[in-house]
Design a binder for this molecule. Structure first.
Ligand SMILES: Nc1nc2c(c(=O)[nH]1)N[C@H]1C(S)=C(S)[C@@H](COP(=O)(O)OP(=O)(O)OC[C@H]3O[C@@H](n4cnc5c(=O)[nH]c(N)nc54)[C@H](O)[C@@H]3O)O[C@H]1N2
Ligand SMILES: Nc1nc2c(c(=O)[nH]1)N[C@H]1C(S)=C(S)[C@@H](COP(=O)(O)OP(=O)(O)OC[C@H]3O[C@@H](n4cnc5c(=O)[nH]c(N)nc54)[C@H](O)[C@@H]3O)O[C@H]1N2
Ligand code: SF4
Ligand SMILES: [Mo]
Length: 693
């Protein structure tokens, strides 16, 4: 068993479930059945006893007075958020009957919609998948976050693989590229600081002067969606100055001659014009990258939410091989480490339950279009671990889809989110303190086990339990529908790869990995090399080489909408999670648009004024903050607020589009032009009054 018992109570080991690369190990102290304290596990090297501000408030979230505690059925109009309580039996009988009736006609008219509200393999990708596979429901392409960059890594390096995060501490130059690490990757930032104390130079590449940029030695404030041009210009300089590792290139890369030719088309002056940067800054950055060893790149997903996000990530991923950075454990690039885990997904998800059927696949990033498509209708949607009405792009369409009276909507949630308001049945979900789970990470390389610390609030049930219950009602009798959550934890990894007893005892277990995985090449690509040129991309009619692919809505291309808007995460929220936690919302205040003083002055916008942000897709009102964090021409709508907590019941996704990335079919949240105007005082609504925390 786990748990040292102290005077304070019993300590239960767990894992942070949130969509964050750090995947911290938790210790919950429980007294008389109540969670009284939540800390980072000091024994886990990556967590080092430290949690972010958000999750240090997890007990406040868990014990929140607005937690959903019983199943509910809609009584008002769709979207009105009015419900009546029902029993679990009543809810599950009716849901099973209605899904069953649709499935008998056309199972593909049923769509699961889930993302990483919990990253747990049990509550996020096991019993749910089994259930929908057996049903023959439409498959969901889970693209909302990371597929552009993730697939770019796979084409270039062979998977979501790269440097070990702990070795950034030994780097001499770190490019923090498209990442606000202090806000969204705190435990990496520790390593970056250690490197800096040992003399490393930190460079932040980000349109916004983030809290991370503030603390770096240099900030490269490029225009959104111009990272490919910057990376190609860096290559240009590496080539013309011969800062190349010719031996590494010859032995461990593919397509060098072609890439060389491509990069030579990108002298710094050309990139400077595209990126909106001084030419000298690009030249200096290249010199630093070409002459400092070891050099490391912490790439994050912020730079791939634009049309050319896949190509840009590919271009960046080529850089370490050019200078031979991979030879050292403190050199290379890391976007995500998730591809390093030997997860037995077939055991978890049971694709054989499809029994030869090949249902259609629906892209979650275009859920607005999917739900408003009358030709191939979705008749029922089951949402869990996600809040699409707030987080999916082009909200007007998403809301129109969820508002369909003929759409049968089931939402499994901990809170009454914007999406929950549209449910026909709203089912109360357990939290991480109340259920089992097992976790990989996309930052470090440990496996974590999460044990329930307290009993479920009210009648809340885990996702695993709800899909087991539904499977039983539908008469699904395969033995895998009787696996309990703990048994699913055990089946996530083949016994030889993870020591489950060790995992149980200490809450975490490390993968056995080399320190410098590609020092001698051996990339997990088909060729075993770092593929500058990708035959696989070329075979799909795509450019086999990385290039700069301009935004759909590129800066300067529209007189009507002259400002580029990005909407990166707020530090004290996690996507749309925690927006309803009072102490955290108090720090973030209210939805804000950061704008440069010159752009504000040109529009007669005073600091703190209510503004209307608009484009061809819609409008959103919030307060403007004249901010040194904004560069001229770029505004920031920090996310992701609940719509119902915004001034006019919208959030920034009212403005974003459903267009997709070049690689990976991902969303283009940061490829968005807008105009902003001051709202005359008389028509500016008072901030929405918000109920309890
Ligand atoms: N506190 C907090 N932590 C989080 C999240 C959160 O919402 N809040 N979200 C989590 C999730 S879902 C993810 S996917 C991860 C990673 O999450 P990311 O969304 O990658 O988050 P950030 O690390 O904040 O990096 C985004 C940065 O990219 C910048 N950026 C925007 N456009 C561009 C561009 O075109 N080029 C470049 N170079 N930079 C650009 C933004 O200004 C921002 O500072 O973090 C997770 N961690
Ligand atoms: N404009 C703009 N939009 C964005 C982004 C952006 O940067 N800008 N970022 C995008 C990115 S990177 C991502 S990853 C997506 C994230 O979007 P989502 O994956 O939808 O993430 P959240 O908004 O955190 O919503 C997760 C929900 O899951 C619920 N949940 C948590 N645990 C459980 C559980 O165990 N069971 C059940 N049933 N529910 C649970 C939480 O209460 C929460 O409401 O948003 C995207 N949208
Ligand atoms: S959100 Fe990230 S930093 Fe915060 S506790 Fe969870 S894993 Fe750690
Ligand atoms: Mo994400």
């Amino acid at each position: 068993m786990t748990s040292p018992i102290s005077a304070e109570g019993v300590q239960v080991l767990g894992a942070c479930p949130h969509d964050c690369p750090d995947t911290c190990a938790l210790v919950t102290t429980v007294k008389d059945g109540i969670a009284v304290k939540l800390q980072g596990n000091p024994a886990h090297p990556h967590t080092a006893g430290v949690l972010c501000t958000k999750v240090s408030r997890y007990i406040e979230r868990n014990d929140h007075p607005e937690r959903l505690v019983q199943p509910m059925r809609r009584v008002g109009l769709k979207g009105s958020g009015r419900f009546e309580p029902v029993s679990w039996d009543e809810a599950l009988d009716d849901i099973a009957a209605r899904l069953g009736a649709i499935a008998r006609r056309n199972p593909e008219a049923i769509l699961p919609y889930s993302y990483a509200g919990t990253m747990g393999l049990v509550q996020g990708e096991s019993m749910d998948r089994r259930f929908f596979h057996k049903l023959g429901a439409s498959l969901l392409d889970r693209t909302i976050c990371s597929t552009a960059g993730g697939e770019a890594m796979a084409y270039t390096l062979g998977g979501k693989v790269g440097m070990r995060i702990e070795f950034f501490a030994e780097s001499k130059l770190i490019l923090i590229w498209g990442s606000n690490s202090i806000a969204s990757n705190l435990h990496f930032w520790r390593h970056a600081q250690a490197a800096r104390r040992a003399g490393a130079r930190l460079v932040c590449i980000d349109p916004r002067k983030t809290e991370t940029a503030d603390k770096c030695d240099e900030h490269v404030a490029l225009l959104p969606g111009t990272d490919g041009a910057l990376a190609l210009a860096l290559m240009h300089e590496l080539i013309v100055n011969d800062w190349l590792d010719h031996d590494y290139i010859a032995r461990h890369t593919l397509g060098w001659e072609a890439l060389r030719e491509r990069a030579l088309q990108w002298p710094p002056a050309r990139a400077a014009a595209v990126c909106g940067l001084p030419e000298a800054q690009i030249v200096e950055l290249a010199r630093a990258y070409g002459t400092t060893k070891p050099a490391a790149i912490r790439l994050n997903y912020g730079m791939q939410r634009v049309r050319g996000g896949g190509n840009a990530a590919r271009a960046v991923a080529c850089l370490p091989a050019l200078v031979g950075a991979w030879r050292h454990r403190a050199g290379g690039v890391l976007l995500s480490s998730s591809g390093l885990y030997p997860v037995d997904r077939a055991a978890l998800q049971r694709p054989e339950l499809l029994a030869g059927r090949r249902p259609r696949t629906i892209n979650m990033s275009t859920i607005g279009d999917a739900l408003t498509d009358r030709a191939n209708p979705v008749e029922a949607i089951v949402v869990y671990n996600s809040n699409p009405v707030a987080v999916a792009p082009d909200s007007a369409n998403v809301v129109a889809g969820f508002a369909r009276e003929d759409l049968f909507t089931v939402v499994l949630e901990q809170f009454q989110t914007d999406t929950a308001d549209y449910a026909d049945y709203l089912l109360p979900a357990t939290t991480q303190l109340e259920h089992w789970d097992i976790h990989t990470s996309y930052g470090h390389t440990d496996v974590l086990l999460n044990r329930p610390a307290v009993a479920p609030r009210g009648e809340a049930r885990s996702n695993g339990q709800v899909f087991r219950d539904l499977a039983a009602r539908m008469g699904f009798d395969e033995p895998c529908f009787r696996d309990d959550d703990e048994a699913i934890c055990r089946s996530a990894f083949a016994a030889a790869t993870i020591d489950f007893e060790l995992l149980k005892a200490q809450g975490f277990a490390s993968l056995k990995l080399p320190d410098a995985p590609y020092a001698e090449g051996g990339f997990p690509t088909a060729s075993g090399r770092c593929e500058f040129f990708s035959e696989r991309l070329a075979a799909q009619g795509q450019d086999g080489l990385p290039d700069h692919v301009p935004n759909y809505e590129s800066f300067g291309s529209s007189k009507e909408y002259p400002l580029a808007m990005i909407s990166p995460p707020a530090r004290n929220f996690l996507n749309s999670s925690f927006v309803n936690v009072r102490s955290l919302r108090a720090i973030e205040g209210e939805p804000l648009l950061e704008i440069h003083a010159a752009d504000a002055a040109a529009r007669g916008i005073a600091d703190g004024a209510t503004v209307r942000i608009y484009n061809q897709r819609g409008e959103h009102r919030c307060r403007a903050e004249i901010s040194r964090r904004a560069r001229p021409g770029v505004v920031h709508g920090l996310g992701i607020w609940w719509r119902k907590l915004g001034l006019d019941g919208t959030n920034v996704n009212q403005l974003t589009s459903q267009r997709l990335t070049d690689i990976g079919r991902g969303p283009t949240f940061y490829d968005c032009l807008v105009e902003v105007e001051a709202v005359p005082v008389a028509t500016a609504a008072a901030p929405a009054e918000v109920a309890a925390s």
